[in-house]
Write a protein that binds this ligand. Sequence first.
Ligand code: TYM
Length: 334
Amino acid sequence: MLDGKKMLFSGMQATGTLTLGNYLGALKNWLTMSEEYECFYSVVDLHSITVRQDPAELRKRARNLLTLYIAAGLDPVKNCIYYQSHVSGHAELAWILNCFTYVGELNRMTQFKDKAAKHADNINAGLYTYPVLMAADILLFQADVVPVGIDQMQHLEITRDIAERFNNIYGDVFTIPEAYLGKTGAKIMSLQEPTKKMSKSDENPNASILLMDDTDTIIRKFKRAVTDSDNTILYKDEKPGIKNLIDIYSSVTGKTPAEVEKEFDGKGYGDFKLAVGETVADMLKPVQDKFNELSKDKEYIDGIIKANAEKASYVANKTLRKVKKKVGFPEMIR
Ligand code: TYM
């Protein structure tokens, strides 16, 4: 609790450019939560170096991501938007929690297995203990709720397990967090292989809508989206391409899948794909314009970075001091 509000933590990696999946699965939900929760949104740059990064590129992407959070509509006064690397408590708590996490648990993480297969030349220890750093992020802020897409659920489960284990030994130190999934959009699939999730790292440029894609590109990618051949707009597992497009359209318009089916009853895939493309482009255009405007205002963004790093550090240090005391580290003498 802070100022009588429950705590919320979430974050995104500054790796690659954000996709429509990141937007609909996470960011869009974040926009609705700041009245109810005390919100902390991190650009999780510590996580990003589990995969090799070009330093200048990482710095640029991290700043772009932070700017995009604001451009999407997160008020940086009501929401604490900050770089993970500016708050040393993340790394410190991650170390401590490493000592309360079993290798057997980490071996079960499907994201590690996927990433290890993708980066076979660099299966580093950071990639392996990535979920522990994520647990540290969440527990450091005593988060009650963590809005994420479905792909992060396993990491949320291990976070809860680690927190419960720690609390069983030392008393009530950590809040046990709950995941928050949106009703729609929690798993947006690739436009080219609709049984696979849409991902920043997909090599096929037609598979993902990027948040900074222009209107023509968005419409073209939706036109090329892989579907089936029966030309009926129905929300069914046997029709993963169309189901995904309905999910996207539902998530953007707020209509239920049944309402979307009705709206496009008797219409063909061409009409439907165009409608989805236009709706998505219309949603993203103001975000892109705001991003371009904010990017020019260096002083404003710098001010947010500084103020929020201090606020996040203050909250993080409170938890960290408690944890250090509980595990038996000697107190600092000032
Ligand atoms: P990341 O950067 O891969 O993704 C950021 C958010 O976007 C969601 N997401 C999706 N949602 C729906 N459909 C998709 N295709 C899709 N792709 C991504 C993700 O679920 C996520 O919510 N490990 C995290 C970042 C992280 C974090 C945290 C999140 C680090 N510490 C603490 C929450 C709390 C990650 O790599 O997300």
